[in-house]
Design a protein around this ligand. Structure first.
Ligand SMILES: *Cc1c(COP(=O)(O)O)cnc(C)c1O
Length: 234
């Protein structure tokens, strides 16, 4: 099932790139494997996927140990400062930095482990109470402050758009995140690149690609619906 789903997602990504006049290579598909077993991830690996997204520290650590292949692990969920130490040298990117304190903790531990961790600033574009992320107005300041820290590199912005029936309703949020990244690029802050725009999930990744996403995070569309009540075994 994973292979078929991936083929479908891949075709849709290609079409969205075509519509937007973009190269397929500009968009990284991150397979969001949270709650899903290693066996399903291995199917995805067999189909050529190397980028995986997870939102829980423990799950990254467990799966990291269980899978021998070298994969790109993306931390996409809310991250508590006391757990950074478990993943700082395992992940290829932390998408969910939404405070200077968290950036400082990542920085400290990255320096200790002699790594440089690419991070994205998570922005709450729709101002939803239920979501993490900084307000758009606060993003440039956080980027500027985080850029001064050693051991991390600000690589761009991330957003989790609202859950909507019609993906067109999220176009404005994706467009505004892109505008925000262009504004921040214009500030020419040292040690900052705004090359990554992590936006778009199963319901809206095609619209996100049309609006400039460089990373889409697709879970359900690849692995099927998640069941949080009964945790999948590894
Ligand atoms: C779960 C999750 C996704 C994937 O959501 P789907 O709708 O299943 O594609 C993407 N991004 C984040 C931050 C998530 O937590």
């Amino acid at each position: 099932m994973v292979k078929e789903n991936l083929a479908e997602v891949e075709a849709r990504i290609s079409k969205a790139c075509e519509r937007a006049g973009r190269n397929r290579e500009e968009v990284t598909l991150i397979a969001v494997s949270k709650t899903k077993p290693v066996s399903m991830m291995e199917e995805a690996i067999g189909a050529g996927i190397v980028d995986f997204g997870e939102n829980k520290v423990q799950e990254i650590v467990d799966k990291y140990e269980a899978i021998p292949q070298k994969l790109n692990w993306h931390m996409i969920g809310h991250l508590q400062r006391n757990k950074v130490k478990y993943i700082v040298d395992k992940v290829c990117m932390i998408h969910s930095v939404d405070s200077l304190k968290l950036a400082e903790t990542i920085s400290e531990l990255a320096v200790k482990k002699n790594v440089v961790v690419p991070i994205l600033i998570e922005v709450n574009m729709a101002g939803e109470d239920t979501k993490f992320g900084v307000a758009p107005e606060a993003a440039p300041g956080l980027v500027e402050a985080a850029a001064k820290l050693p051991g991390i590199r600000v690589n761009g912005l991330m957003t989790i758009a609202p859950f909507v029936e019609n993906p067109e309703d999220n176009r404005i949020h994706f467009r505004n995140l892109r505008k925000l990244s262009v504004d921040i690029t214009g500030k020419n802050i040292d040690n900052v690149s705004m090359s990554a725009l992590s936006m778009g999930m199963t319901g809206d990744y095609e619209v996100a690609i049309e609006e400039g996403a460089t990373m889409v995070r697709v879970g359900t569309g690849i692995f099927g619906a998640r069941n949080y009540a009964v945790p999948d075994s590894l």
